[in-house]
Every structure is written in structure tokens, then in C-alpha cells.
Write a protein that binds this ligand. Structure first.
Ligand SMILES: *[C@@H]1O[C@H](CO)[C@@H](O)[C@H](O)[C@H]1NC(C)=O
Ligand SMILES: *[C@@H]1O[C@H](CO)[C@@H](O)[C@H](O)[C@H]1NC(C)=O
Ligand SMILES: *[C@@H]1O[C@H](CO)[C@@H](O)[C@H](O)[C@H]1NC(C)=O
Length: 394
């Protein structure tokens, strides 16, 4: 009887959280569309005036030697050109010519993102590496960047990287790849191609939010049978299978190299993906497994810090303690649609019957930098970050 009750409660919770997350996604999406429409309208309106004006744009000054700044988005993030005029980084890219905002797919794995980022900067066709693509069941070659965004990139022309959330981990993995000379045809890469790495709420040690959404705390790889991520998985597979090009230009999960379009795999391919026999969710080559604590341990195992690189990490906290209970720090600082999830995050406890993800794991030391993404309006910032309170011990 009690079991049944718990089950119903879980279903109800799932129902509420999926509705909320869907609404939130739709809200971001429509903000993008609305922004685009109003831009188009005002362009239309001002066209006649603009015509008379002499074009004042300065020629692009490529000779200045200041290194570019590359902003790397996190999970569900997007780069310049997606979601219309919406900016993930609160318009930071509009402040300077040298700021680049790559689009690395919103759910692709840290590894795939790092590969993509290299070719975005250098130019050419993304090469995910033979071994990795065979083991993960996707094409070895991906998108083609006709023109690199910083083709001169090398040891003498290094780059500043700023990563938010999972984006911070992407840059570290990329730096390791450069040090390992992991890009075919680029035998001269080194860790010194990276001048600095700045993390904004970087999820270097993973986040416990992944378990709330449905990753199994036992292994950090598989999904619970009924959870928000399962719904997300089905949604993403269908989105990619339908392959509606205008929609995909607008927002892309980044799984094109998995060939999930109906044009390529037909109806049986869809069934295969849904049953979990093919696609990113079958091989675990997507971002959620990388963001679990276990996933981060796996990634961090191969990563080094390098003496010539500057590292900065900005941790953030959006909780406080009231009478011994950790709660979100303010109601106004967090989007109302996300408030329940944030409340759940503050209450999360590592299941006592599950062995800790690594030796020496202490609940407080692993405090995740959980973040909430909020689009920005005017001068206000996009990103609200949440770190569980340090004193939120068992
Ligand atoms: C995906 O499709 C392309 C051609 O459109 C093909 O070259 C590639 O091998 C396919 N990849 C997989 C993993 O099936
Ligand atoms: C690699 O570096 C060496 C010396 O550092 C240089 O002689 C060579 O031209 C470089 N190769 C490429 C492909 O840039
Ligand atoms: C991050 O994880 C490692 C284990 O992989 C652990 O030794 C370290 O203390 C953790 N750091 C923080 C800040 O929790």
C-alpha cells in the first residue's frame, strides 16, 4: 500500500516537473522567436532610413595581436546564431569584436564538444577520431567549418577561454587533447595554445542534479526507467528523427553525427533508437553521463593542469540557511518555473545504500555547482548559479 502511494507520488512529481520544464523550454524558445520577429520588423521599418546612411562599419582589424576570448556554453546552451538574437552570455559577445561564441550542441558529450570546438576555431571538417566514433556508434566526421573562426590559432596566437558550467570542462578536455596532439594533421598542437581558462560555475566535479533528473547514482551512466531524462531522451530522438530543418537551425541538440533523421534510418531506425539500441543515449555519448560525479571522475583522471596557463574559477552560491534548513536564497533571484527544482536540489542527499562515487567522498566536499539558466533581458545577466551551501551536511 505504502509502495503504491510512493509510486503515485513519484509519478505526480514527474508530471509536474516535466510540465514545468517543457513550459520553461517553450518560454525560452518563444523569447527567441519574439526577439527575432521584433528585430525583423524594426529592420523593415528602418530600411529606408538606413539606405541613405553611409556604411560606417570599420574594416575588421585582424592585425591587432590581442588574443580572442571564446565563450563556451553549458548544457542546453547554444552559441551565436541559434535561438535568434537570444544570447546565452547576456550579450557579452556584443561588447567586443574578439569575443567568439561557438555553438557546440546542447546535449552532446564533453568529448564531442571539445572536438567540435577545435574545428570551429581552426576550420575544416570536425573529426571525432576513429576509435571514439566506432565505439560510440556515430560518424567519424561531422560538420564542416568552411572558415575557421581563428585559423591562425597556435602557440604564438593562443586563446582565452571562458566556460560556463559544463563548458568549463569542455575547455579542459580540449587543452588536454592539444597537449596529447590528438588532432590528425595538426601535429604541432600543445597545451600552450590555451592562454587562460576561466570557469563560471564550472561543473568540474559534476553535479548531483543529474541524479535528480534521472541518472542512476549507482553507476552514473544509466537512466532510471521512469524519469525526466527518459522523457527528454524520447523528445530528443523524435526531434532529430523528424529533422525539420528550420527548427533545427533554430535549436539543435547537436546529434547530427548520429544520423537519426528519418531520411537516413527510416521508421525502424526510430524504433531502434527509442528501444535504446542505437543513438547517443545507447552508447552514453551525451552530456548527462559526463556530468555525474562518476563521469567527472572518469574525465578528470586524464586531465592535467599546465604551468603556462592561467586558471580562474568563479564559484557561485544561491542558497542560504534558515533555521538549519538550506533553501534557495531568494524567490526573486530564481525563475519561478524553476523554483521547485531548486528546492529539490537543496534537499538532495546521496543515497545511503549506494557506495560513494570515489574514495574519500564526503557529501560536503562534492558540492556541485548547480546552475540555473535564465535568459536575459536588458542589462541583467543570463546566468544564475547555485551552489549548495557548504554546510549542507547530512
Ligand atoms: C551517417 O550518414 C553518412 C552519410 O550521410 C555516412 O557517411 C555515415 O557513415 C553515417 N554514419 C553512421 C554512423 O551511420
Ligand atoms: C611545427 O613546428 C616546427 C617547429 O616548432 C616547425 O618547423 C614546423 O613547420 C611546424 N609544422 C607545422 C605544420 O606547422
Ligand atoms: C573533486 O573530486 C576529486 C575526486 O575525483 C576529489 O578528490 C576532490 O576533493 C573533489 N573536489 C572538490 C572541490 O570537491
Amino acid at each position: 500500500m505504502i509502495k503504491l502511494w510512493v509510486f503515485y507520488m513519484q509519478l505526480a512529481e514527474l508530471f509536474v516537473s516535466s510540465i514545468i520544464h517543457l513550459l520553461y523550454g517553450f518560454y525560452i524558445f518563444s523569447t527567441g522567436v519574439a526577439g527575432d520577429l521584433s528585430q525583423a520588423l524594426s529592420d523593415c521599418f528602418y530600411k529606408s532610413i538606413m539606405k541613405i546612411e553611409v556604411k560606417q562599419e570599420m574594416p575588421k582589424d585582424r592585425t591587432d595581436d590581442l588574443p580572442p576570448i571564446v565563450l563556451v556554453h553549458g548544457i542546453f546552451g547554444f552559441g551565436k546564431g541559434r535561438l535568434g538574437g537570444l544570447s546565452y552570455f547576456a550579450g557579452a559577445e556584443k561588447k567586443d569584436e574578439r569575443v567568439l561564441v561557438p555553438d557546440l550542441g546542447s546535449l552532446t558529450s564533453i568529448y564531442d564538444r571539445a572536438r567540435e570546438l577545435f574545428y570551429y576555431l581552426k576550420g575544416g571538417q570536425v573529426d571525432y577520431g576513429e576509435e571514439h566514433s566506432i565505439s560510440c556508434g556515430h560518424s567519424q566526421f561531422g560538420r564542416i567549418y568552411e572558415q575557421g573562426h581563428y585559423p591562425e590559432w597556435d602557440e604564438d596566437h593562443p586563446i582565452h577561454f571562458v566556460g560556463h558550467s559544463a563548458g568549463a570542462q569542455v575547455v579542459r578536455v580540449l587543452q588536454q587533447m592539444l597537449a596529447d596532439k590528438a588532432f590528425k594533421g595538426y601535429e604541432n598542437t600543445s597545451e600552450n595554445w590555451v592562454l587562460s581558462i576561466t570557469a563560471l560555475s564550472g561543473a568540474f566535479n559534476g553535479t548531483t542534479r543529474t541524479y535528480l533528473d534521472g541518472m542512476q547514482p549507482e553507476d552514473g551512466r544509466t537512466l532510471k526507467p521512469i524519469c525526466l531524462l527518459q522523457l527528454c531522451r524520447i523528445g530528443v530522438i523524435i526531434y532529430d528523427w523528424l529533422d525539420i530543418s528550420w527548427l533545427k537551425t533554430y535549436y539543435n541538440f547537436g546529434f547530427d553525427h548520429f544520423n537519426m533523421s528519418w531520411r537516413k534510418i527510416g521508421i525502424w531506425g526510430l524504433v531502434d533508437c527509442l528501444l535504446g539500441n542505437a543513438g547517443p543515449f545507447a552508447s552514453g555519448d551525451w552530456i548527462l553521463p559526463d556530468l555525474t560525479i562518476q563521469g567527472s571522475v572518469r574525465l578528470n583522471y586524464h586531465l592535467h593542469t599546465f604551468p603556462n596557463t592561467y586558471y580562474f574559477s568563479y564559484a557561485t552560491k544561491r542558497t542560504r540557511k534558515i533555521m538549519g534548513v538550506t533553501v534557495p536564497s531568494s524567490i526573486t533571484g530564481i525563475h519561478p518555473l524553476l523554483f521547485i527544482r531548486v528546492l529539490q536540489m537543496t534537499q538532495w542527499r546521496h543515497p545511503p545504500d549506494v557506495s560513494p562515487p570515489y574514495k574519500g567522498y564526503r557529501y560536503i566536499s562534492i558540492n556541485p555547482y548547480i546552475y540555473i539558466f535564465q535568459p536575459c533581458f536588458g542589462k541583467h545577466c543570463v546566468v544564475t548559479c547555485i551552489q549548495l551551501d557548504q554546510s549542507n551536511t547530512l
